[in-house]
Design a protein around this ligand. Structure first.
Ligand code: NAD
Length: 362
């Protein structure tokens, strides 16, 4: 099975290496051959060949069985490509690869493991014994991809910017169907998040939801405004099982959910399209503040590799093996700095990867 790795920037290479090590071990244990090929994306690609997503990378991804990505982006608040002739930036590479591969469905599980419940900023009586929410985010349309306009007029009124929010029925339908299908494998409970009191696109989302829901009679669904959803996620998160939402709302709510679960360093994600090819990456960014220091938590990336086995390579048993190994390592008390608490054992990126490999044999 051919896996393209896009280590990218910051902590990307360190965490991807740990995921590769874990996958190699899984390959050995179960008799699979995983071939890994590394390609350029992001800041490093701009630095090396002046383009955030080289054609070579796109072709390799399209010809692979799955893509495993680290992170993309340079130091926060510093745009060293501000004068790039085509306006290229590291993040453009990420948006483009998702679009090139037709990956419209972003799965972001927000799991609070019972072993980490002290790391959550939410009160224990609200969190209970943990959380397991699946956020299904539309990924290739909406306001991030709409037409953009910026003018620099002579007055304040004539200086303006426009970001168009566009969704067509096909785009809405396919993400809702993906979300309802996932709900069928969970507790059959869907909340579709929108802002239908003010947005036309949200009204269309509601109409299409009613249509799609007819094919899933067992799934209970409701609609929720995004502002309310943001509050409910911290005041009563246990009510949620599957949340389906737009590109921008999903971006924001999944980051909120990640904090509830203790650390963004724990959260994997999968981006899927119509076929089996998918792109798997941790939910966090390139963390330039800790890059190269052996401090990054590799678990989100290792758990993303587990999602890759499940969704692209149809290796459910192997995926569960990795997920159980991660739980085992947490149970034994090992923690990277981001999830560290008193009386636990502090380890670095490499050691955490080795511990997961060790736990695969248990
Ligand atoms: P970030 O997620 O990189 O970091 C936020 C905070 O979380 C930092 O303090 C960081 O040290 C910590 N953190 C993140 N991942 C961690 C891990 N695995 N282990 C331990 N701590 C971790 O977000 P940011 O600082 O806002 O952005 C940094 C760069 O990443 C920017 O260039 C941004 O554009 C980019 N970014 C990329 C992606 C992506 O590749 N999907 C997503 C978000 C941000």
């Amino acid at each position: 099975m051919k896996i393209v790795t896009l280590s990218g920037d910051g902590i990307g290479p360190e965490i991807i290496q740990q995921a590769i090590n874990v996958l190699r071990k899984i390959g050995e244990m179960y008799g699979h051959i995983f071939e890994f090929e590394e390609y350029l994306i992001g800041d490093i690609a701009l630095e090396k060949i002046n383009c955030s997503l080289p054609e070579e990378t796109i072709v390799a991804c399209k010809n692979s069985d799955a893509v495993l990505l680290g992170a993309v982006g340079g130091a926060v608040g510093v745009n060293r490509w501000i004068n790039h002739p085509t306006g290229d930036r590291p993040e453009k590479g990420l948006l483009k690869i998702r679009q090139e591969l037709g990956l419209y469905c972003n799965l972001r599980p927000a799991i609070l493991y019972p072993q980490l419940k002290n790391a959550s900023p939410i009160r224990q009586d609200i969190i209970g014994d943990g959380l397991d929410i699946m956020i299904v985010r539309e990924l290739t349309s909406g306001i991030y991809f709409g037409k953009k306009l910026r003018t620099n007029g002579e007055t304040d009124e004539t200086t303006f910017a426009i970001d168009e929010l566009y969704y067509n029925k096909k785009e809405i339908k396919r993400i809702l169907e993906a979300g309802f299908n996932i709900a069928m494998k969970r507790s059959k409970n869907v909340v579709v998040v929108d802002k239908a009191n003010v947005l036309e696109t949200s009204k269309l989302w509601r109409e299409v939801t009613q249509e799609v829901a007819k094919n899933f009679p067992e799934v209970k669904y409701s609609h929720m405004y995004v502002d309310n959803a943001a509050m409910q996620l911290v005041s009563n998160p246990k009510q949620f099982d599957v949340i389906i939402t737009t590109n921008m709302f999903g971006d924001i709510l999944s980051d909120e959910a990640s904090v509830i679960t203790g650390s963004i360093g724990m959260l994997p994600s999968a981006s899927l399209g119509n076929g089996t090819l998918g792109l798997y990456e941790p939910s966090h960014g390139s963390a330039p503040d800790i890059a190269g220091k052996d401090k990054a938590n590799p678990l989100a990336t290792i758990l993303s590799a587990a999602m890759m086995l499940r969704y692209s390579l149809n290796l459910e048993k192997e995926a569960q093996k990795i997920e159980n190994a991660v739980i085992e390592v947490l149970e034994l008390g090992y923690r990277t700095e981001d999830i560290f608490e008193k009386d636990k054992i502090l380890v670095g990126t490499r050691k955490m990867g080795e511990l997961v490999i060790g736990a695969l044999n248990l």
